[in-house]
Design a protein around this ligand. Structure first.
Ligand code: NAI
Length: 401
């Protein structure tokens, strides 16, 4: 049977590479996993084994057959010693190495030389330009972005990114392959943050601005967002993913978008990272953790948050949630206006990639376009960069949509 299975090479056996390899193995493919660092593929194999065991347990696979189920899949994982060997006979190669443009460009040069002409070359970059990476390949038309989310075996969304020179057939084939792995591919043009990292940026930045202004507390803002149906509050979420990781993503988007003030990272994030308060993994971030459990909000960040006379009155939960959602909605309309993705795709990406209870356009359809413009207008007196209604939204309101 094994000869009939298609083969994918995954280059980079870290968090994402191991996760993607597991996804492909579960999807019935053979995987050739390579890494530059000695021992990395052994560690990845161990992680994939644990990951498969978790998936099998969730799927209700009998404990008697569990080991066989896992070993059957792992039997299709190979760990060749070089990229050249790994990409011989593959249909697809996915790069998941360090997030560094020059390193990725070097690798794509190598992949171009070693892989057959029709092989799709994909990058899992979350913040670099797919177009810039593709230029290092001999045939940039076959280079696509396949942006998986962490943890890859669990989250269904894969953003399929077309660079400036990506051929339609290449994006289509890549989307078809990940769909066969039971993922939800969503098409997006090559632009900073793609869909989720851009449209969801206000989910953390707006709460940070509210916290800084004194209009809300860590607890009140988190409670407002979970009360509005979001699975986690923004501060609990930042603690979970790591405040350093969140800050790096915020910085990346800010720089790649030409430093618009609405994407400027918060001084609160900078201060916490400088103090080593990185979230759950450090035992303290916005909350304090003992044995992995939150023991409540950590002491206030003196000097950053405005208190006392002149500070705004605390906002109620509904106003907080509405304000954060409006910032997301406005960004979604900007992304739509920039032509990066279709409306339904943005909605789906936000539900699947960010676990939002509804897509931004669904929320507008429910609330009324005109009403949303009025709400944004009211807030833009305070913060025009974030809330000045996007042109695509104004156009829709004018056309009565
Ligand atoms: P990681 O640091 O866990 O793993 C990177 C691996 O690549 C390491 O094992 C390293 O030894 C290896 N490597 C570095 N240069 C190499 C080369 N030239 N050839 C072969 N192997 C090489 O990194 P992680 O988190 O897995 O990220 C990988 C990529 O995925 C990055 O581009 C990142 O931006 C992207 N990404 C990360 C997500 C995350 O949440 N961690 C989510 C989505 C995308």
């Amino acid at each position: 049977m094994s000869e009939e299975r298609a083969l994918v090479a995954v280059v980079g056996a870290g968090t994402m590479g191991a996760g993607i390899a597991q996804v492909a193995l579960e999807g019935g493919w053979r995987v050739a996993l390579v890494d530059a660092q000695p021992g990395a593929t052994d560690r990845a194999r161990a992680r994939i084994r644990e990951g498969l065991a978790r998936r099998a347990a969730k799927a209700g696979i009998d404990t008697d057959t569990l080991d066989d189920w896992i070993e059957d899949r792992l039997a299709h994982l190979s760990t060749p010693g070089s990229v050249g060997t790994a990409v011989a006979d593959v249909q697809l190669a996915i790069e998941a190495i360090v997030e560094d443009l020059e390193a990725k460009r070097r690798l794509f040069g190598q992949l171009s030389d070693a892989a057959g002409e029709e092989v799709i070359l994909a990058t899992n970059t979350s913040a670099l330009s797919v177009t810039d990476i593709a230029e290092a390949a001999s045939r940039p038309e076959r280079v696509v972005g396949l942006h998986f989310f962490n943890p890859a075996p669990v989250l269904p969304l894969v953003e399929v990114v077309a660079g400036r020179r990506t051929a339609a057939w290449a994006a289509e084939r890549a989307a078809g392959i990940v769909e066969g792995w039971d993922k939800a591919p969503i098409r997006v043009a090559d632009s900073p943050g793609f869909i989720v990292n851009r449209v969801n940026r206000p989910f953390t930045l707006e709460p940070l601005r509210l916290l800084r202004s004194g209009a809300g507390t860590i607890d009140s803002i988190d409670a407002a967002m979970t009360g509005a149906g979001f699975p986690m509050g923004p501060f609990a979420l930042m603690d979970l993913i790591g405040i350093d990781v969140n800050l790096a993503a915020a910085r990346g988007l800010f720089e790649a978008s030409g430093r618009p003030p609405r994407f400027r990272p918060s001084p609160i994030q900078e201060e916490l990272v400088a103090a080593g308060r990185l979230g759950r993994k450090a035992g303290e971030g916005f909350y304090r953790y003992v044995d992995g459990r939150s023991t409540g909000a950590a002491p206030r960040f003196v000097g950053v948050i405005r208190h006392g006379p002149g500070a705004p009155a605390p906002l109620d939960a509904e106003t907080i949630a509405e304000r954060v959602i409006l910032a997301i909605v406005n960004e979604a309309f900007r992304a739509l206006g920039d032509g990066i993705a279709e409306e339904q795709d943005i909605d789906r990406a936000m539900r699947l990639g960010a676990n939002h209870p509804f897509g931004p356009f669904e929320w507008v359809a429910r609330s009324g376009t005109h009403e949303v413009v009025v709400m944004l207008d009211a807030l833009s007196d305070e913060d025009a960069d974030t809330f000045r209604p996007a042109l695509a939204l104004l156009r829709r309101a004018r056309s009565g949509g």
